[in-house]
Design a protein. Structure first.
Length: 194
C-alpha cells in the first residue's frame, strides 16, 4: 500500500479506509436522494402532460361542438320570425286563396328546412309546454291559475327556447301555473242587502 505524503503520520491505514467508506456511503445516500427527487419530478411532469393532453382534447371538442353558438343564436330569431309569419296568417286565410296557400307552404317548408339545418348542428328546440318549470331551461314571464295543471308547470310558451349540445342557447319564455284558483271561504253571515 502506498501512503499519501500529505496524510498526517498519526492517521493509520484502517482509519483512511473507514473514512473512505463513510464518504462512499454519504455519496450513495446523496445520489439516492437525488434519484428519488428526479423520479418525483419526472412523474409530476408526466402527470401534468397527461392532464394538459386531456384538457386540450376537451377544449378542442368543446370548440368544435360550440363553434356555431353565436351564429345559431342569430338563426333561431329567424326561425321565430317564420313561425310568427305563419301564425299571423291564421288557417282560414290560406284555405281560400291559391296564392296565399302557396306562400304559406313555402314559408312552412323554409321553416322546416331551417330547423333541420339547426338540428344537424346540434341545436334542438325546447318543448316545455306541460313540463315542470326548470329555471335552467325556462324564463318565467307570468304566473296564472290553471286548475288543469299542477302548480309550477308550464301552461304557455311565449317564445320557444333552444339548446345546443345540451347547453341552453336561449331559454324558453313561459307562463307558469299557480295551480287552481283560490276559492274564497264562504262566511256564515248572509250578504247584507243595501
Amino acid at each position: 500500500m502506498t501512503i499519501d505524503p500529505n496524510t498526517p503520520p498519526h492517521v493509520s491505514e484502517a482509519g483512511m479506509n473507514a473514512a473512505a467508506g463513510e464518504t462512499e456511503v454519504d455519496a450513495i445516500a446523496v445520489l439516492e436522494a437525488e434519484k428519488l427527487e428526479l423520479k418525483d419530478k419526472l412523474l409530476r411532469t408526466l402527470a401534468d402532460m397527461e392532464n394538459l393532453r386531456r384538457r386540450t382534447e376537451r377544449d378542442m371538442a368543446d370548440a368544435k361542438a360550440y363553434a356555431v353558438t353565436s351564429f345559431a343564436r342569430d338563426l333561431v330569431g329567424v326561425a321565430d320570425n317564420l313561425r310568427r309569419a305563419l301564425e299571423s296568417l291564421g288557417t282560414s286565410a290560406h284555405e281560400h286563396d291559391a296564392a296565399t296557400k302557396t306562400m304559406v307552404e313555402g314559408v312552412e317548408l323554409t321553416e322546416r328546412e331551417l330547423l333541420k339545418s339547426l338540428d344537424k348542428q346540434g341545436v334542438k328546440k325546447l318543448e316545455p309546454l306541460g313540463q315542470k318549470f326548470d329555471p335552467n331551461l325556462h324564463q318565467a314571464m307570468f304566473e296564472a291559475p290553471d286548475p288543469t295543471q299542477p302548480k309550477g308547470h308550464v301552461v304557455a310558451v311565449i317564445q320557444s327556447g333552444y339548446a345546443i349540445h345540451g347547453r341552453v342557447l336561449r331559454p324558453a319564455l313561459v307562463g307558469v301555473s299557480s295551480g287552481a284558483p283560490k276559492v274564497e271561504a264562504a262566511s256564515d253571515e248572509p250578504p247584507s242587502a243595501a
